[in-house]
Design a protein around this ligand. Structure first.
Ligand code: ADP
Length: 481
């Protein structure tokens, strides 16, 4: 089974969120199941800075777009049995960020990622990799399927290729002026409601939903939610029309990167049988952030984009009440200026109670997962969410809003039966968040009960094996059809 995997971010090369974790891990697990997976992503400045032993696969190639000749080259890197091809066009990808600056998205994102998709298809041809399945992720890779459906229709090289499109977050759709179609070499006739038009703009994500053999999303509950107006972001009707081809497959965790027993990024390793190291991590976390963190009151961590989706405004509103429960808060994140400003001011006011770092930092993230007692995720919606899964593995109990993958992966703790691995609340509002955090804080004061809960969280198994097998079964079904 030959699988071409297209994603705009892939660990360990470039990451802004969960997509990178998934696109880095899933190909390895599919390879373990016998698939031949090749990954395609852009060659960003930050990939170049990593000084990897890269191999030049295509020294010079070009695409004709709109009468212009756009040059590129292709580099490759192999790790854990998976080859990743990088599309290198400095005009498009040699930039500070992946998608834009804090001031906004790069204005040529349509051209950048359209180019990436087409160059990836051409690279498959040049290196002689006719895929049985092309699996593309999110809007940045979705135009692949518009090329296959239109300019590449009848192309014998892709004659047997089936297509899978995965939605990691329906809210990010890749919306552009209609002129983008010409600029990426797609027919302008696609600007109609039954193709890529969406309220007067071109919607790149629609190409993935409309033209792929199967659409997947990253949790069973989110696959149902996005077919409703409340979560559908204007595409629920289209998704309902494809519901027969829509599958929810829960993301997994690569425990080679996320395991406190082997994690090199945390101050002290620990395992379920001996949590002494977790206490060292907690002390070190408090020291690093200058927190008092009394031993009998819980430390609540967050590692998150500072965005409305993640319920940060709810946290801001609930802040005094959360402190009133005795919590110490530690937050690592980047994102919206308004939220940053609010949190920075709160941190100044309560320097011993609130730890805050505005940064994207893998080491600090691991330290927070390891050193916290609770992990807060009050998301308005959450396609899958990985942070609750990581937190659980580190014995850090999640307090989450019951939505999407959070609802699928967290079960409310029941002190009577000793079952469950976290705390949930239904409504995205400060009151319910504080109530759930209050249940957690009360549990924390009952050590025997808390040990059971921490044990349950650490025992929860979200390894990729099962989900990777589900993807492979889907590929096989499509290939046989
Ligand atoms: P999303 O992709 O919507 O942001 P996920 O929960 O799927 O949310 O994935 C978030 C990923 O990004 C996790 O691996 C998390 O640890 C990481 N992350 C988020 N913010 C930061 C940050 N400021 N520093 C380091 N890692 C971060």
């Amino acid at each position: 089974m030959k699988v071409a995997f297209l994603a705009s971010e892939v660990i360990p090369y470039a990451k802004t969120g969960g997509l990178a974790d998934v696109a880095g891990a899933l190909p390895k697990f599919l390879t373990g199941l016998g698939a031949d997976v090749r990954v395609f992503m852009p060659f960003y400045r930050e990939v170049g800075k990593k000084n990897l032993p890269l191999v030049s696969v295509i020294d010079s190639a070009s695409l004709e777009v709109n009468g212009e000749t756009l040059a590129y080259r292709v580099l490759a890197h192999c790790a854990d049995g998976v080859t990743t091809y990088f599309v290198d066009r400095p005009e498009y990808f040699d930039r500070d960020q992946l998608y834009g600056t804090p001031a906004g998205d790069y204005p040529d994102n349509g051209e950048r990622f359209g180019f990436f998709c087409r160059a990836a298809l051409e690279t498959m041809r040049t290196v002689g990799f006719p895929p049985d399945v092309i699996h593309a992720h999110d809007w940045q890779s979705a135009l692949t399927f518009a090329y296959l459906k239109f300019p590449y229709a009848g192309d014998a090289f892709f004659g047997r290729t089936r297509t899978v499109f995965t939605i990691h977050n329906l809210a990010y759709q890749g919306l552009f002026d209609k002129a983008v179609l010409g600029s990426v070499g797609l027919p302008s006739s696609l600007f109609n409601m039954n193709d890529l038009e969406f309220f007067g703009q071109v919607n790149a994500l629609k190409a993935g939903i409309l033209y792929s053999s199967a659409v997947t999303t990253v949790s069973p509950r989110y696959s149902r939610e996005i077919q409703t107006p409340a979560f559908g972001c204007g595409l629920d009707g289209l998704l309902r029309s494809r519901s027969g081809a829509l599958h929810g497959i829960l993301n997994g965790v690569d425990y080679r990167d996320w395991d406190p027993a082997t994690d090199k990024l945390i101050p002290h390793k620990f395992a379920p049988a001996d949590l002494a190291g977790k206490k060292v991590c907690r002390d070190e976390l408090a020291r690093e952030f200058g927190l008092a963190a009394p031993a009998d009151l819980p430390v609540a961590g967050m590692v998150t984009r500072l965005a409305g989706q993640k319920g940060l405004d709810i946290v801001c509103e609930a802040l005094d009440a959360l402190l009133g429960l005795g919590l110490t808060l530690v937050i690592l994140g980047t994102g919206e200026q308004k939220i940053q400003d609010f949190l920075l001011a709160a941190q100044k006011k309560h320097p011993k109670r609130i730890g805050l770092k505005i940064a994207f930092d893998e080491r600090i993230a691991h330290t927070i997962y390891a050193g916290s007692d609770l992990f807060l995720i009050p998301s308005r919606y959450e396609p899958c969410g990985l942070t609750q899964m990581y937190a659980m593995k580190y014995g850090t109990v999640p307090v989450v809003r019951a939505t999407g993958g959070l609802d699928d992966s967290v079960q409310e703790f029941d002190a009577k039966t000793g079952s469950g691995n976290g705390f949930k609340f239904a409504e995205a509002a400060p009151g319910p968040l504080v109530e759930a955090a209050g249940r957690a804080a009360a549990g924390f004061k009952r050590p025997a009960e808390w040990r059971t809960l921490v044990g349950n969280a650490m025992a929860a198994d979200f390894s990729w094996s099962r989900s990777a097998a589900e993807y492979l079964a889907l590929y096989k079904k499509l290939a046989a059809a």
